[in-house]
Design a protein around this ligand. Structure first.
Ligand SMILES: NC(=O)c1ccc[n+]([C@@H]2O[C@H](COP(=O)([O-])OP(=O)(O)OC[C@H]3O[C@@H](n4cnc5c(N)ncnc54)[C@H](O)[C@@H]3O)[C@@H](O)[C@H]2O)c1
Length: 315
């Protein structure tokens, strides 16, 4: 049974992952080599937990109880020495992740499972230099941002991990309130990001050809396909619509869709001009400094409302 968890990297993903596991009753040790990141984590975790309590998603007593399960640790060896499961959320760099796993192999017990939150790197390459027995205890566990609000966690089931070890990890995620997905093939982007970016490619293409305004394209997505897909997956939606109808529609439409293997021109030129979205004040839309916090908070408010509703139709 996985009881002790070490989270490595206390940045955007790591601090959220830490409090999700801690809320499930696990003892979590959070490590980051950058003092500033590590010291900022407790306040961020408290704010996010309090936000969930204020939204009546968790009981108020869960805030202190959860924080009480987390140890902030500035020493890697100390952080992982009793860990049953190590979740790394360090920068997306193969060399860094390989070096970390090599170090962890010398510091952790033999049974410890190593998990990477990588969004784009190959697991087989990341663990290639580890001993064979350790390789069998390595996996991708890919979260979505914000980790504490988006239910999905994609778990790789394409290594040579023993079935019972995988089942233990799967149970950990279910007990932590997540919706784990088994990914059976080592493919770039796993499942969720492939679906997301396939959709995004067409969205950005529609902008590039001037098919509708920015606002109307987002509106079509929110009140059309995504409205349905928040409660019903694509395959079930197709069954509901009729596969004969979908088959004919796809044969007619696919020749006209974008199949580029590059990001869109509209996004590329915004990036070239230094417009990265809310963090720089401009992306497809404008975010004046005075409104940024409010816009960000409204985004979290919508997500937690969605999360609460989704609990009522959990499969
Ligand atoms: N941000 C996202 O939306 C998102 C979503 C899913 C997956 N991911 C993946 O999660 C991982 C972390 O992303 P993030 O957005 O949290 O990054 P981040 O930059 O916000 O945080 C990374 C943290 O790791 C620390 N760090 C740097 N080098 C380290 C080392 N050698 N050992 C331990 N800690 C180290 C940094 O101090 C920082 O606090 C990446 O692999 C990323 O691809 C990110």
């Amino acid at each position: 049974m996985i009881q002790n968890i070490a989270v490595i990297g206390a940045g955007t993903m790591g601090h959220g992952i830490a409090h999700v596991f801690a809320r499930s009753g696990r003892k979590v040790t959070l490590y980051d080599p950058i003092e500033e990141s590590l010291l900022a984590a407790p306040e961020k975790m408290r704010e996010e937990l309090q936000f969930m309590a204020d939204a009546d998603y968790i009981p108020q007593e869960d805030v202190e109880r959860t924080l009480g399960n987390i140890i902030i640790c500035p020493n890697l060896a100390e952080a992982v020495k009793d860990a049953d499961y190590v979740m790394e959320a360090i920068p997306e760099c193969m060399e860094l992740k390989k070096a970390l796993f090599a170090q962890l192999d010398t510091l952790c017990p033999r049974h410890t499972v190593f998990a990477t939150n990588t969004s784009s790197l190959k697991l087989s390459e990341m663990i290639a230099d580890l001993p064979a027995e350790r390789q069998k205890r390595c996996m991708v566990s890919h979260w979505y941002n914000p980790a504490y609000l988006i239910p999905i966690a994609e778990l790789s089931k394409f290594g040579n991990m023993d079935e019972e070890v995988f089942d233990e990890v799967y149970a950990l995620y279910e007990e932590s309130g997540k919706q784990p997905v088994r990914v059976l093939k080592d493919i770039p982007g796993m499942i969720a990001n492939r679906i997301l970016h396939a959709q995004a490619r067409e969205v950005f293409h529609l902008l590039d050809i001037g098919a509708a305004s920015y606002e109307d394209i987002d509106k079509a997505l929110m009140y059309g396909p995504c409205f349905r897909n928040a409660t019903t997956g694509m395959l079930e939606t197709a069954d509901m619509g009729g596969l004969d109808v979908w088959c004919a529609a796809e044969d007619n439409m696919f020749p006209h869709f974008n199949n580029s293997d590059k990001a869109s021109d509209s996004m590329r030129s915004l990036v070239a001009e230094g417009h990265y979205g809310i963090k720089t004040g401009k992306g497809f839309f404008e975010y004046p400094e005075s409104e940024r916090e409010e816009v960000q908070q409204a985004f979290y408010d919508r997500l937690i409302r969605q999360l609460k509703v989704s609990e009522t139709y959990k499969k």
